[in-house]
Design a protein around this ligand. Structure first.
Ligand SMILES: Cc1ncc(COP(=O)(O)O)c(C=O)c1O
Length: 375
């Protein structure tokens, strides 16, 4: 049976990984500055992670959400401790889109409203309401287009005010650092005004931290650079270091009701073991401090490369913008220099999304290769 051909593929076949590197079937080493799309947080095959998953699967890999699962409670407590989101409650699912879908559904249930405000160049996933709130007509099928979504420009405070005052908006959903869109960020004034407008109009403020969360921005959550209190925070990518897990953190004022949300696989024992290994490693290895140190170093070196016209993003979610399309440059980096990087909908931008364990030597290796590839 052939695979349904939806992905344009690079001709590389990784079969193993260790920390910052993956290796193909001929043991050729590749430096991973893409983290499998911002997913690898604590490095490939981290020993803590391998041990935790191996031990858990040999005991109990899965049982449904009809029984007590102390691993979920442990994971929730650890997220609260590391994120500082005191009192928030956790609902677990399996992916970023699903996290946003549940966030939007919760907002609609609780406010009794159904329209969503989202932003230009935003990406929230490919399920029903999440994809409708994504600013990309190519991935919105007619069945998704039935959702009521208004897309505004980032920083358009007046637009948000106008829409929320109409009284039918259940949620404003935003990435505090845009991922796929190309690492743009709103201003502090914008985010803080939107937060106030949401509170004044019975609208939920949803922070989509699927990509920027879990330390990647240099704080546990990217919204924590601002004075805002999201009603719901969605999480996924870095949470499982590759094990499929997602979730939403729900503000303490929001009451749960049995049956309101649910999933078969979400929060299973194996996923929780993976999630706990990730958080314990982020804490034990001071990885958020490392994000800030390496980010500063990376940006300081990037500034010395004349072909780089603009540096975007924050932490280890960095965009390097050139004045030409970077498709060929990224191919050279992979095939000649054995370095994975990411692209964006902005074709002139390379995205750097490495494991949070990256060291200065990897940054040096990248810039040496980049200089050669540009010459
Ligand atoms: C900000 C953001 N939200 C949501 C998603 C969707 O996550 P998933 O692919 O796990 O459904 C992504 C994925 O790239 C993302 O970057």
């Amino acid at each position: 049976m052939p695979l349904f051909d939806v992905y344009p593929l690079y001709n590389v076949t990784p079969v193993s990984g260790k920390d910052m590197h993956v290796y193909d079937e001929n043991c050729v080493e590749y430096l991973d500055l893409y983290g499998g799309h911002a997913v690898i947080s604590i490095g490939h095959s981290h020993p803590n992670y391998v041990t935790a998953i191996t031990n858990q699967v040999s005991k109990l890999g899965f049982y449904s959400n009809a029984i007590q699962n102390p691993l979920q409670v442990e994971l929730a407590n650890k997220i609260e401790a590391l994120s500082g989101c005191k009192g928030y409650e956790l609902f677990l699912c399996n992916s970023g889109a699903e996290a946003n879908e549940n966030a939007l559904k919760l907002a609609s249930f609780k406010t009794g409203k159904s329209r969503v405000v989202a932003f230009k160049n935003g990406f929230h996933g490919r399920t029903s309401a999440a994809v409708a709130a994504t600013d990309n007509a190519n991935i919105i099928a007619p069945i998704n287009a039935q959702q009521q979504v208004t897309i505004l420009a980032l920083n358009d405070v007046e637009g948000v005010k106008r829409e929320l005052e109409k009284g039918d908006v259940c949620a404003v959903i935003v990435e505090f650092i845009q991922g796929v869109g190309g690492l743009d960020q709103g201003t502090a004034e914008f985010f803080e005004q939107v937060d106030k407008l949401c509170k004044a109009n019975n609208t939920y403020f949803i922070a989509d931290e699927v990509q920027a969360g879990y330390g990647r921005s240099g704080k546990f959550f990217a919204f924590q650079y601002y004075n805002v209190t999201p009603e719901v925070i969605s999480i996924a990518k870095g949470m499982g270091n590759g094990f499929p897990i997602g979730g939403i953190l729900i503000h303490p004022d929001i009451e749960a009701k049995h049956g309101m949300l649910g999933t078969t696989f979400g929060g299973n024992h194996l996923a929780c073991a993976a999630g706990l290994a990730v958080l314990n490693t982020i804490e034990d290895e001071n990885l958020i401090a490392n994000v800030n140190t390496i980010s500063e170093y990376f940006i300081s070196v990037a500034k010395t490369i004349p072909q780089i016209k603009n540096i975007k993003g924050r932490g280890l979610m960095i965009g390097l913008e050139f004045d030409f399309e970077v498709g060929e440059l990224r191919k050279k980096l992979i095939y000649e220099h054995r370095i994975f990087t990411g692209g964006a909908s902005n074709k002139k931008l390379i995205r750097i999304l490495p494991p949070l364990t990256i060291k200065k030597e990897h940054v040096d290796q990248f810039f040496e290769a980049l200089k050669k590839a540009l010459s």
